[in-house]
Design a protein around this ligand. Structure first.
Ligand SMILES: Cc1cc2nc3c(=O)[nH]c(=O)nc-3n(C[C@H](O)[C@H](O)[C@H](O)COP(=O)(O)O)c2cc1C
Length: 422
């Protein structure tokens, strides 16, 4: 079994790691205390130097994002994206359940760096336990003088509010999230302007993922070079990989960015279930193009996965074994996108519905000879043409499965049904 490199998962399994006492016993809030001795610009420079990139999917450099916040316009806001709806992704939930103070510390440091006096956590509604853990940890942090007036005895004050979502995947998209937080229907906004200048309540806002913010205290405490000892030049540090599907030991594992996919699947997750061969996998959740056994030596970093033809996304590896039906799997993914499309733009609203219909009929024996072309046409009319990135993600499983597994589609259509027994 491959050894993990625990940074953000370092306290998992430690006694009372989810309480203030347990957290501070293991060096918790030392990063915040160090940050409060620094200027906001020094913190931003350090995060830039560490090369930390967003762990929510897009991989945007975190320090650069913070540096976009104009200093002259107040108030500014920090929003933690804890919506985690991407199928196959379950890292933020575990971070919030098992180490909520680490996230609060990251939020406090980030808020101080962008001079925000108010931060929000937008937590996925279904995460009942994570929500309760955060609620309790926030209350503890207020009691201990970590939040509220005079953060950790400094002149800086910060309030953190926990907001629960209501179960819409689109509310993970940062501008839809801001709409929802303002009490409106969760639908994406047109960009530009970007949240950095016109975010929550039209004020400068940083939106960062739970894992991104949970990494920040470690960088401040240990320095940029320490962080860069792992990963690649352009994708430094460690990352949580969520492994699910046909593997022996599904779960969250932390390792250096750039480690081969094969090692994550075999070394961490115990390999494909029952010793079967791997047929396909998503490297970063259901919105990232499927890859195949030919890509198992690719590194799990932003550049290597892009070179292999996909996206690192959230680092969520969903494994499909040799006996999995790719048409059925693609239909299941599409059913999700059909259900979750927010309906704001026509290509996504109508296209996802039709893709789901066509996939359903192929899988169930009514596929037509022109259906593969139809799937590709509809997908190409969604890709790059929808209002937000949801559309591009939604067609990823369709385009990639047609690309790599065209013969399975043809067989379904010719045999008028699914040839797989599983
Ligand atoms: C449809 C859609 C859903 C998304 N869902 C999430 C999510 O659940 N959590 C998240 O952190 N980012 C999500 N994102 C990405 C966010 O828009 C944004 O890039 C991210 O929160 C920025 O944080 P980071 O820079 O720390 O990664 C989603 C994007 C799209 C297009």
């Amino acid at each position: 079994m491959t050894e993990q490199t625990p940074v953000v998962t370092g306290r998992f399994g430690a006694e009372s790691s989810d309480t203030y006492d347990g957290y501070t016993r293991t060096g918790g809030y030392e990063g915040l205390r160090a940050a409060l001795e620094m200027s906001p610009d020094q913190i931003i420079d350090m995060v830039k130097a560490a090369g930390l990139r967003g762990r929510g999917g897009a991989g945007f450099p975190t320090g650069v994002k913070w540096g976009f916040i104009p200093r002259e316009r107040k108030p500014t806001y920090l929003v933690c994206n804890a919506d985690e709806g991407e199928p196959g992704t379950f890292k933020d939930r575990e971070l919030m359940e098992r180490d909520p103070h680490q996230l609060i510390e990251g939020i406090a440091i980030a808020s101080y760096a962008i001079e925000a006096a108010q931060a929000y956590i937008y937590c996925r509604g279904e995460f009942a336990f994570a929500g309760r853990q955060l609620e309790r940890a926030i209350a503890e942090a207020y009691d201990q003088g970590i939040l509220g007036k005079r953060v950790a005895g400094s002149d800086y004050s910060l309030d953190v509010i926990l907001h629960r979502g209501a179960g819409a995947y689109i509310c993970g998209e940062e501008t839809a999230l801001l709409e929802s937080l303002e009490g409106k229907r969760g639908q994406p906004r047109l960009r530009p302007p970007f949240p950095a200048t016109n975010g929550l309540y039209d004020q400068p806002t940083v939106v960062n993922n739970v894992e991104t913010l949970s990494t920040v205290p470690h960088i401040i405490k240990n320095g940029a070079d320490w962080f860069k000892q792992w990963g690649t030049e352009k994708s430094p540090g460690t990352k949580m990989f969520c492994v699910s599907g046909d593997v022996e030991r599904p779960g969250n594992y932390e390792g250096p960015l750039g480690m081969p996919v094969r090692e994550v699947i075999d070394g961490f997750a115990g390999g494909v279930k029952g010793g079967k061969k791997l047929k396909a996998f998503t490297p970063g959740g259901s919105s990232t193009p499927l890859l195949t056994a030919a890509h198992l030596d690719a590194g799990m970093d932003f550049e290597s996965i892009a070179a292999a033809g996909s996206l690192l996304g959230t680092g969520a590896i969903i494994v499909l074994a040799e006996d999995a039906c790719m048409v059925r799997a693609t239909y299941r993914f599409m059913k999700f996108y059909e259900h979750e499309s927010c309906g704001k733009c026509t290509p996504c609203r109508e296209g996802c519905f039709w893709l789901s219909q066509v996939l359903h009929r192929i899988e169930n024996g009514s596929g037509r000879s022109e259906d593969m072309k139809l799937l590709t046409d509809v997908s190409n009319n969604i890709f790059g043409r929808s209002f937000c990135a949801f559309g591009d993600g939604a067609v990823s499983p369709v385009l990639s499965s047609v690309k790599y597994f065209a013969d399975e589609y043809t067989e379904h259509i010719a045999k008028k049904g699914c040839p797989f027994e599983r």
